[in-house]
Design a protein around this ligand. Sequence first.
Ligand code: NAD
Length: 253
Amino acid sequence: MKLYAMTGGATGIGAALREQLQRAGDQVISIDIKEGDIIADLSTSSGRDSALAAVRERATDGLDGFIACAGLPPVAPPRTIAAVNYFGAVDLATGLQDLLGKRRGTVLLVSSNSAPMTQTTHPLVQAFLAGDEAAALAAAEGEHGQTVYSGSKCALVLWMRRNVVAWAKAGVRVNAVAPGITLTPLADQVFKDPELGDLMRQFGASVPWGEAAQPDQIANVMRFMLSDEADFVCGSVFFVDGGSDAMLRSDGF
Ligand code: NAD
């Protein structure tokens, strides 16, 4: 039996993964703003600190994994997208590194197949990576929600790649999953948006292998990435998107 901490386990992909892990006999400490073992608002540093303290109380012997699933869609306020999607993931992972190292644990970040849609050199991405939250949130303020969303997901992958060596030395392997459109409450909010809804439907119609995923299809891959069977998977991004990223970036990898 393994012990995991995760954010965003109340609904969608996170709920599917939490249920799969629990069905397999693992324990999951679920942190969420809505419902879970620990209620915390990850858009604020005080919320993240209280979440970390509460996890540490429950995991004194270490953690086998941490999954950063909480996220907000491109239709949310840009500052809040930036705070939850990037700092809610990176700050929690960093605050749990020692507990993960105790068990040669693993971190799984949830990026998106939209991550490559923002350039790695974009000032917002660079502001995330500089780790100055006030500056990053100020940079997010003037941007379209879609840019902040994909920028936050791009920055998560770069953060992982830049830190993979140090984290491996600390006994923790870090990976990211990059889902395509998945039928969750987050996607519902985008489908209902007057500006982005039609674009998302058109994008869905272009997916080479089916239009959209069910949350369990993403969770299946995440569960594998967390497992001992994936013990040599380190610093990888798994696109689980029905072939969209390969279609859009057929000359890149
Ligand atoms: P979802 O809305 O069902 O789940 C998001 C979870 O995050 C919810 O449980 C929500 O309560 C929690 N959350 C939101 N704000 C929070 C806050 N301030 N503090 C704590 N918890 C908070 O959506 P989902 O689609 O399952 O999203 C899960 C992850 O997958 C997100 O990171 C999302 O960006 C990513 N993703 C989703 C899709 C998609 O099409 N659904 C595609 C690519 C990536």
